[in-house]
Design a protein around this ligand. Structure first.
Ligand code: GLA
Length: 439
């Protein structure tokens, strides 16, 4: 009942409250420079890792040649430290001439030629967090127009070096200015993160009207502690955050650090799964030139991407937080399906967690579940069937699950045939047939 209510409220809000720029109906996916490459501007000593057109062109090549683009990872996003310290003679932002000698418009063309989209970074204030020129109120129109002229497809607008009243004016103004350019530009607002992320200071109804996504909380760092810190904040505040999300309007728990230095493979699966439950934007910040096959397999798992990208766009919730360190999460999906996530915070050994779908508030019925990471179809189970999942320390087990109904067919009295609700059919092999979810 409660779930039904959440569904209807969201369905209404999606129709009535979203920013109507038609962008990002499912959470945006791509690559963002910040967490992995920060403000490295030392192209003399560190030419392969410094913030430069070279870095973004190389990542664009990888996105388009290594199977990422086809899976939906289409944004390639510049973060801080890209610009010159001075605006040009007409007051426009300009790229650092040494590190971006051909300018942003050229980079945008390069990215578009590969079927990708370019994101850029600005700051609603006097300076960016890295000390580069910010966008003051009088510069909003100029900057929006400059980005549109360059062919930019997304803007992350940070909030360093300003105050709350400045932000209150500036973020909506930029939304209008971007729309007025006539170029579709996805708009990521860091505003709530600077106001503590919660009402009454943050108005999520207003945010949904002006932004496509928003950073709610602190920056992610390359460590498991940091992932846990973000996850705790988002799920401790799920009653506020969960209803705010929907097609075109997403909470952003920050970048995926899978493929970097801080997470084990189990922790990487956990980050990916939790971000899918949260309907979070999937911006990887890693080095796609050297990423391990293990990290790549997690980031390229078709079924988990399909769960993240579910067309209903309903953010999931934490259902259970056990004293034992086990947590269970749930996200409703299209066509009566759902994602179930079992997460262990323990540090001893794989934990055998016993439960049933009934205990997790599933309706009476027969279900089929597909294990997202082991890529196996599980035996059918009733809501009342007790089962055990074995969850590794700081790891997850994730199921894509859908009801199986039996009904009477015209075929004649007494004849029954089975029909699946959810995916059209299920694979009896070990191959993932994920695209069925996208239908
Ligand atoms: C802030 C943002 C980060 C990043 C840096 C850049 O800290 O939250 O995501 O953009 O600024 O300086």
């Amino acid at each position: 009942m409660q779930r039904l209510a959440v569904f209807f409220v969201l369905a209404f809000c999606t129709a009535a409250c979203a920013l109507e720029n038609g962008q990002m109906r499912t959470p945006p996916m791509g690559w963002l420079a910040w967490e992995r490459f920060r403000c490295d501007t030392d192209c003399l000593m560190d030419p392969d890792n410094c913030i430069s057109e070279h870095l973004f062109m190389e990542m664009a090549d990888r996105l388009s040649e290594d199977g990422w683009r086809e899976l939906g990872y289409v944004y390639i996003n510049i973060d801080d430290c890209w610009s010159s310290m001075q605006r040009d003679s007409q007051g426009r932002l300009q790229a650092d001439p040494k590190r971006f000698p051909r300018g942003i418009a050229h980079l945008a063309q390069y990215v578009h030629d590969r079927g990708l989209k370019l994101g850029i970074y600005g700051d609603m204030g006097t300076h960016t967090c890295g000390g580069y020129p910010g966008t003051t109120l009088d510069k909003i129109q100029t900057d929006a127009q400059t980005f549109a002229d360059w062919g930019v497809d997304m803007l992350k607008l940070d909030g360093c070096y300003s105050n709350s009243s400045y932000q209150e004016q500036g973020y909506p103004m930029m939304s209008k200015a971007l729309n007025a350019t006539g170029r579709p530009i996805g708009y990521s607002c860091s505003w709530p993160a600077y106001q503590g992320g919660l009402p009454p200071k943050v108005n999520y109804t207003l945010l949904a009207q002006i932004c496509n996504l928003w950073r709610n909380y602190a920056d992610i760092q390359d460590s498991w502690d940091s992932v846990l810190n973000v996850v705790d904040w988002f799920f401790d505040n799920q009653d506020v955050l969960q209803p705010a999300a929907g097609p075109g309007q997403w909470n952003d728990p920050d970048m995926l650090i899978i493929g970097d230095f801080g997470l084990s493979l189990d922790q990487s699966r956990a980050q990916m799964a939790l971000w899918a439950i949260m309907a979070a934007p999937l911006f990887m910040s890693n080095d796609l030139r050297t990423i391990s096959s293990g990290a790549r397999a997690i980031l390229q798992n078709k079924l988990i991407i399909a769960i993240n990208q579910d067309r209903l766009g309903i953010q999931g919730r934490r259902l259970i937080k056990e004293k034992s360190g086990m947590e269970v999460f749930w996200r409703p999906l299209d066509k009566g399906a759902s994602a179930l996530l079992f997460f262990s915070r323990r540090s001893d050994m794989p934990h055998r967690y016993k439960t049933s779908l009934k205990e997790l508030s599933y309706k009476t019925g027969v279900y089929e579940a597909y294990d997202v990471f082991s890529e196996r179809l599980l035996p059918q189970l009733k809501d009342s069937t007790e089962f055990v999942v074995s969850v590794n320390p700081s790891g997850v087990v994730m199921w894509y699950i859908y009801p199986v109904v039996e009904w009477k067919k015209e075929a004649g009295p007494g004849r029954f045939s089975k029909k699946l609700i959810g995916p059209k059919s299920h694979p009896h092999t070990n191959e993932v047939d994920a695209p069925f979810l996208l239908l």
